[in-house]
Ligand binder design. Structure first.
Ligand code: FMN
Length: 196
């Protein structure tokens, strides 16, 4: 009764949404990805820096190059998923700040002149955006399979550059046969929430 989001949407985004380990053959189109991005881009980030960058791995040749960097247990599903995305953090995100934070242009130089500070902020905020992205995939009626079980340094060298740090790889599509195990338990409210 406390939530205003209707219960069908709650189920779609959270209660019935699962991490898929197998996928149907149904393609995931660029239009679907655009609709997902155009929804989740509104998720908040520090200074509105929005450091997440997304590389869609579409060609069979690129998919092959990616699969070899995945942990063994992740290879088959990454090879078979209709779409795979590499999510990365742009460590030079501050270059866009004058445009993204027009009411406070000094932020770029005042807070982000040092690379280690940028890297830390990029990592935290790209991870937040990755979470929004997963929920957006679910909002499109698709399932996401996020994975960090991979040689992320190898993926960076293969697909990105020194300014982009991969944070996870995400398989995307309609779930296939036996796509998941039984739901694992979650910590209860009392275990997690402390009020001071
Ligand atoms: C950042 C992240 C990394 C993950 N890495 C892997 C992985 O490398 N391999 C894998 O099989 N599952 C991976 N998972 C899947 C989690 O184990 C799964 O989301 C979790 O158990 C919840 O499952 P459920 O959504 O079906 O309840 C990852 C999930 C996240 C969010």
């Amino acid at each position: 009764m406390s939530l205003v989001l209707d219960s069908a949407a709650q189920d779609l985004l959270f209660r019935e949404a699962r991490t898929a380990n197998s996928f149907s053959d149904e393609p995931v189109t660029d239009e679907q990805v655009q609709a997902i991005y155009d929804l989740v881009k509104f998720g908040p980030t520090a200074f509105n820096g929005t450091p997440l960058r997304i590389t869609l791995v579409r060609s069979p040749e690129a998919r092959e190059r990616l699969v070899k960097h995945m942990a063994e247990g992740n290879q088959a599903k990454t090879a078979a998923a209709p779409l795979v995305a590499i999510l990365s953090a742009d460590n030079e995100f501050h270059e866009e700040l004058p445009r993204l934070l027009p009411h406070f242009p000094p932020a770029k130089d005042m807070f982000f002149s040092e690379r280690p500070v940028r890297e830390q902020s990029a990592l935290v905020n790209a991870a937040l955006q990755a979470a929004y992205f997963i929920v957006g995939v679910r909002a499109a009626g698709l399932a996401a399979g996020p994975m960090t079980g991979a040689d992320l340094v190898g993926i960076q060298k293969e697909f990105l550059d020194a300014d982009h740090t991969p944070i996870m790889v995400v398989n995307i599509g309609k779930p296939g046969e036996a796509a998941w195990f039984d739901r694992s338990p979650r910590l209860s409210f009392d275990e997690v929430i402390t009020t001071v």
